[in-house]
Design a binder for this molecule. Structure first.
Ligand code: PEP
Ligand code: CO
Length: 451
């Protein structure tokens, strides 16, 4: 149980400087929307949250592995059946590949059912001499470049809560109903594998997944029996603190406060200041939490942050989601891992190989290279081993569709291809084939270690 000093309340963050918060022109309209939000039922339960924390404690000890992924930013327009099904499928297929490689249970965490608020590096955007507030995610304003669309609208907080509820409702139903077709990897869209230099390894791995699944089915009559109940947890960046506060409750028979808008909220790279409002809010909730850490993060900060956010050193409570970039990971990661290890701090190391590897093409398109993403992932895996720790999870921006947003991979997305199917409103995502390939490579690394 996280111990919280008495002065914490769900609103105590309001006395601290809050970075990245939108400025609403009508304060009363914001209060009205928040009051409504506070009356609505929670999206998740404290029981599920505690279950996830227990599983993450297992991952911290090296017994499980976390796969976290989804859109950079969900959009209201894409809250529909196909998008949700395809996201769930890719995460489930990747997790089966990782189970096969790592021989350990995989915790599936979606960046979904609430990933609607985005931090931005600048506050405004100028186009043809007109300057407007920048787009901050569908929970806050709209992407179209007009003053009306870009003005933060508190009603969108309610729309985001509803979309999150609709998404999680459908996900729960899909999980209950089962994904029968997933037991046959021969039906997965894996023809791209043939183009990889590791085609033979991949084909062997996918065949053995099929064999294991059929074997388990024959044994128990239930295809997923050995992989555990196929559960999915939700996560999003806990950026909009008014929204999170309105969903913060003290459930009956519990002593702690829980953020019931999601199972696993994280603090972004731009809002993790020790004296800031986000740290103040997060230190008081009982959820397992993540903190994104970029190349500027020092070992002293790591220790101070762990003391503040996890004073009782509870395993499963704190995950560092490192996003250092392929070029900086060798320089930055070892001293962080060493500092935490020396002080006996319980932390789960989870690599986000996306956000440190973003670049802009000569034609101005934001993209990421498959090779760099993979390089950071492989380096993180190696460095953590060398430091006597282990990589306990991965965090991807991905989609189940074959969009063309990231470059490279076995199917060879080129710069010329980017224009073909570039859909993301913010960061570029791995497509189905690139995400599967990433899982196959990672499973290979895990299999070598498991031997
Ligand atoms: C994100 O996860 O989309 C994001 C903004 O990440 P970071 O805080 O690591 O920059
Ligand atoms: Co992003």
């Amino acid at each position: 149980m996280t111990s919280v000093s008495p002065e914490w309340t769900p609103a105590s963050w309001q006395s601290k400087p809050a970075a990245q918060m939108p400025s609403y022109p009508d304060a009363q309209a914001l209060q009205t929307a928040l009051a409504q939000l506070a009356l609505l039922p929670p999206l998740v339960t404290s029981w599920e949250i505690e279950n996830l924390k227990t599983q993450l404690a297992g991952a911290t000890r090296g017994e499980r592995f976390m796969l976290q992924g989804g859109d950079c930013s969900e959009s209201f327009a894409e809250c529909g059946s196909d998008a949700i099904v395809s996201k769930l499928k890719i995460l489930l297929q990747m997790s089966l590949v990782l189970v096969q490689g790592g021989k350990k249970r995989v915790i599936r965490v979606g960046r979904f059912a609430g990933q609607y608020a985005k931090p931005r590096s600048v506050d405004t955007e100028t186009c043809n001499g007109v300057t407007l507030p920048c787009y901050r995610g569908d929970m806050i304003n709209r992407a179209a470049f007009t003053l009306a669309d870009r003005t933060p609208d508190p009603q969108l907080l309610l729309r985001a809560y509803e979309r999150s509820g609709l998404t999680i409702n459908f996900i729960r139903a899909l999980i209950e109903g089962g994904f029968a077709d997933l037991r046959h990897p021969e039906y997965w869209q894996l023809s791209f594998v043939a183009k990889s230099p590791h085609a033979a390894d991949y084909t062997r791995m996918v065949e053995s997944i099929g064999e294991s699944l059929r074997f388990m089915e024959a044994l128990s009559g239930s295809v997923m029996a050995d992989i555990g109940r196929v559960d999915f947890f939700t996560s999003h960046e806990g950026l909009h603190l008014h929204y999170e506060q309105a969903q913060t409750r003290q459930p009956p028979h519990r002593t702690g406060w829980y953020d019931l808008s999601t199972h696993f909220p994280w603090i972004g790279e731009r809002t993790r200041s020790l004296d800031g409002a986000h740290l103040e809010y997060f230190r008081g909730i009982a959820n397992p939490i993540g903190v994104k850490i970029g190349p500027g993060f020092t070992p002293d900060e790591a220790l101070a942050l762990a003391d503040r956010l996890n004073p009782s050193n509870e395993p499963g409570r704190l995950t560092f989601i490192h996003r250092l970039g392929a070029e900086r990971v060798d320089e930055c990661l070892p001293s962080l891992v060493e500092a935490m290890r020396r002080q006996g701090k319980q932390v789960l190391w989870c690599c986000d190989p996306m956000h440190g590897n973003t670049e802009t093409t000569s034609t101005g398109i934001k993209t990421r290279r498959f090779e760099k993403i993979l390089a950071e992932l492989a380096a993180s895996f190696r460095i953590l081993e060398e430091c006597g720790a282990h990589l306990g999870g991965v965090h991807f921006e991905l989609t189940g569709d074959n969009v063309t947003e990231c470059l490279g991979g076995a199917s060879g997305v080129t710069e010329a291809d980017l224009a073909r199917d570039y859909r993301t409103q913010l960061d570029p995502r791995l497509n189905y084939e690139q995400a599967m390939e990433m899982a196959l490579v990672l499973a290979g690394l895990m299999a070598k270690k498991a031997k």
